[in-house]
Write a protein that binds this ligand. Structure first.
Ligand code: SAH
Length: 366
């Protein structure tokens, strides 16, 4: 906390705090009040990545800001473009850690998929990030910077406006509440991204879901379910042992009761593992009480396993079975598979070979 107090990161603080820091700063320097608005405009409207860019401020004021404050900027280490238009950024953080974010164009939508941790401690057996292990939490500034810099990239590259943000990159967002909750506030209040256009995807971190339920904003919640029974689920998602399905469902009921926020259930379809019609029946039963819909994601192959995606005919049979039982089901088209940008394939490939150790489900909310 002390280093933050000395050099507040204006990218990673909630807008109200940024404003009060700036007010205090300019007052102490005997500067007019409108300087605060100028800087706020540069940050949230101009997506400035340096104080130097803030050209309607006198040079001396830009220098003073740079001495007192920080603006987190990520280094774009590599950009990969898929044949289907998906673009993946490999970002290098200040300490050398590598993370990824993905821009996914689809019709009028442009979705940005962001990372919340360097690596992941959840160790889900079907996920490449899970096999990498956990390195560290990202700061709010490092999460918000992915959005700011992706927006600049999208503007310059003619991708258009980012319409949706999903926390489906590397990491388990609800295991990093210290940064993720402020990030939500910053995106919503600072950059005016509507809450319902922001999706938090989780393997089922109960305290985090309960905290989301308490927020007045209607953020969208996606739950990575992947199996309707505890035993099978635990073999895919180790966290199931800590927060078993009955507890998870209890938290989801609270989330549902708190407002009209619609829950999405994610279900990765792995050939011969979790894709039988009998499981479709139990899945339908499990989610029936929610105003939910189910996203079926064909498994994206990863180096760590021999598993294959469920073939298309069986995938649609599974979807039809859910529909017949009154559950809205969508089959998701994998995007960016050719550049390893699809769901579960993110593992910051520059680190490949460095370490392929599967860690236990530790490293929780520090
Ligand atoms: N930790 C969060 C967010 C990251 S993963 C979560 O698990 O929800 C985003 C989505 O991709 C999740 O639904 C996850 O289960 C899914 N996923 C992971 N590995 C995958 C793979 N190999 N193929 C398809 N989907 C995968």
């Amino acid at each position: 906390m002390i280093s933050i107090a000395q050099h507040p990161d204006l990218v990673g603080l909630p807008p109200k705090e940024v404003e009060s820091h700036l007010r205090e700063h300019f007052e102490a320097r005997g500067q007019p009040g409108y300087r605060v608005e100028q800087v706020l405009h540069w940050i949230y409207g101009g997506l400035a990545t340096s104080f130097e860019e803030m050209t309607n401020l006198p040079r001396s004021e830009r220098e003073a800001l740079a001495e007192e404050f920080e603006l987190t900027v990520l280094e774009a280490s590599r950009i990969s473009r898929s044949a289907d238009g998906t673009a993946k950024h490999l970002w290098r953080l200040r300490d050398g850690e590598l993370i990824e974010s993905v821009l996914i164009p689809a019709g009028k939508r442009l979705t940005l998929c962001i990372s919340s941790q360097a690596g992941c401690a959840m160790a889900c057996t079907f996920c490449a990030t899970g096999w990498m292990g956990y390195d560290r939490q990202l700061t709010a500034g490092e999460i918000v910077a992915q959005y700011r810099q992706s927006r600049r990239f999208a503007d310059e590259g003619g991708y258009g406006k980012i319409t949706n943000i999903v926390f489906m990159g590397m990491g388990e967002p609800l295991m990093n509440p210290k940064a993720v909750f402020p990030t939500l506030e910053i995106l919503n209040q600072g950059y005016a991204v509507a809450a319902r256009r922001i999706t938090i995807s989780t393997v089922g971190v109960v305290p985090g879901i309960e905290r989301l339920a308490e927020l007045p904003e209607q953020y969208h919640l996606a739950v990575s379910l992947h199996a309707p029974d505890s035993e099978l689920r635990a073999s895919l998602i180790p966290l199931e042992r800590k927060y078993p399905l009955p507890r998870l469902l209890e938290a989801l009921r609270r989330f549902d009761a708190a407002g009209g926020k619609r829950i999405t259930f994610e279900y990765v379809m792995i050939d011969g593992v979790n894709d039988s019609l009998a499981l479709a029946d139990s899945l339908a039963e499990l989610v029936a009480e929610f105003k939910a819909f189910v996203n079926l994601i064909p498994f994206n192959p990863i180096p760590a396993t021999e598993w294959q995606p469920t073939p298309p005919d069986r995938l649609s049979a599974f979807a039809r079975r859910l529909e017949r039982r009154g559950i809205a089901a969508f089959v998701r088209t994998p995007r960016g598979r050719d550049i390893a940008a699809a769901c579960g394939q993110l593992k910051a490939e520059a680190t490949e070979g460095r370490r392929l150790v599967q860690l236990g489900a530790s490293g929780e909310s520090s």
